[in-house]
Ligand binder design. Sequence first.
Ligand code: ATP
Ligand code: MG
Length: 323
Amino acid sequence: MARLSAITPSGHAHVGNYLGAVRRWAREGSPGDLYLVSDLHAMTTPYHPQKLRARAREMLAVLVASGISPDQVFVQSDLVRELGALTWLLECTCAYGEAARMTQFKEKTQGDGKAAVRVGLFTYPVLMAADILLQGASEVPVGDDQAQHVELARALARRFNGTYGEVFTVPTAVTPPVAARIRDLVDPNAKMAKSAGDAPGVVFVLDEPDLVRRKVKRAITDSLDRLEYRPDDQPGLANLLEIQAACTGKAPREVAAAYSSYGTLKEAVAEALIEELRPVRARTLELLADPVELDQIRASGAVMARERGAHRLESALRLAGVG
Ligand code: ATP
Ligand code: MG
């Protein structure tokens, strides 16, 4: 029972990624699980090549620095040939109508003319299916926005197996245990996201302590001056309470009861975040400063993932009558 999870280097890793996903992967994962830095997925919208390369490297370093075993991580593009080949087989298994039903694509392309949208944005769910099926993952933990893509991977695995012969494990989408959905500190109605760029409401894993303090200090709360956990009415405050809860292992309500002013709560949140991030930040910077160690982790991850998928790709090509 192998699980596969991915993080796209579309920006720098932030505390939402860390508290909501990466820290859990490090703490709760099993040895057969795999984690990939999905840099190929970051190419579906305009991007900067050098930045993508640097961010993929940084993301790999953050995963390892967070405590995920180096034996379980790899960078997606290190398997670009294998994944390119499998994506083609799966595109020739996928019906146009099936791909066109993906609501994420519809949402992302609403309004603006589809003519200028990259074909890759349309077909990337098939690449995602290749990521999953190549590794033989049986479970894919995803949020609601990705569940439909795992359904597609499931349908393609079944169809390929039924048409050409049994090759692929049919994956299941699993809902990760409810994790804090960290919101933007300045716009508490939006979730904290990488693609927001250098937004003042996003705390990045590599932010210096003083910058973390400044960002938390400027977090939007409200003028009610009621220190209670009420996510609907006080979303900014609730977000701070949830962050503090995630850092201290307490419940948000307990946290609310422990402080008497927004100011003291903010100071505590900033310090807790700084402490939580300190070892991850230190180890990430160490890895980024030592290209040899990080290159070696990356290279052995690529070998591991390639070897793990090789027999499936070979069988699939043979059964499909090519290669
Ligand atoms: P993008 O803006 O490019 O979509 P993102 O920050 O949403 O970036 P993803 O690569 O989509 O990050 O997601 C990586 C992992 O981080 C996923 O498991 C996702 O559920 C989790 N995650 C992302 N944002 C948050 C957040 N604000 N709070 C909690 N978990 C989050
Ligand atoms: Mg996202």
